[in-house]
Design a binder for this molecule. Structure first.
Ligand SMILES: [Zn+2]
Length: 57
């Protein structure tokens, strides 16, 4: 039974050693969205959405 469920990975936060700043990671395997370098999965942490819901643009 091949059930191809493609769920997007949960948004996570990590510190990129190259950008030297916290970045949001939403790819699996984890990758920096800014410089595209692979990130250490052990350094990932769940991203805390700010209270008050999604910020309006
Ligand atoms: Zn980076």
């Amino acid at each position: 039974m091949a059930n191809e469920l493609t769920e997007p990975p949960a948004m996570q936060e990590s510190d990129c050693p190259f950008c030297e700043r916290p970045v949001l990671v939403y790819e699996d395997p984890p990758r920096c969205p800014l410089c595209a370098c692979p990130l250490d999965p052990e350094g990932m942490r769940p991203y805390d959405f700010p209270e008050g819901g999604v910020p309006a643009d």
